[in-house]
Design a protein around this ligand. Sequence first.
Ligand code: FES
Ligand code: FES
Length: 155
Amino acid sequence: MRVSVTVNGQNYVRDVEPRLLLVHFLRDELRLTGTHWGCDTSNCGVCVVQLDGVPVKSCTVLAVMADGHEVTTVEGLEKDGELDPVQEGFVQCHGLQCGFCTPGMLMTARWLLDRNPDPDEGEIREAISGQLCRCTGYENIVRSVRWAAEKEASV
Ligand code: FES
Ligand code: FES
């Protein structure tokens, strides 16, 4: 099937198998390997991207379901060489260790701050509750998102 998907502002047209998952479309067809692939069963959340601005687990979305839609991946966060504040926050507050969960965490954090610029700890934890991190204990992820919220409030 032919699909036309806008990813990080760029349009891609590809012929794909109807069963192809969005995560594999992004990683294997478009070579956007920033989106990670873990459990493949909708549990870990490392595959989270934004579909029309909403976080989705891309292992649960078929590529054909993204036809005519806009996808944003972690590669789309940086603008004109400037890191997004959520990326900066993860750097400043050590929001990652191995980094495997990080792309998905960043995409959810960006979505959260776009709809709630001043989330408290509970709201941040709820937003990322569908995503697993085996390393950080989540504490520094929460701090990283708060750092980004404060930075955005200060400009
Ligand atoms: S790979 Fe999608 S939720 Fe784990
Ligand atoms: S930093 Fe290793 S899984 Fe989150």
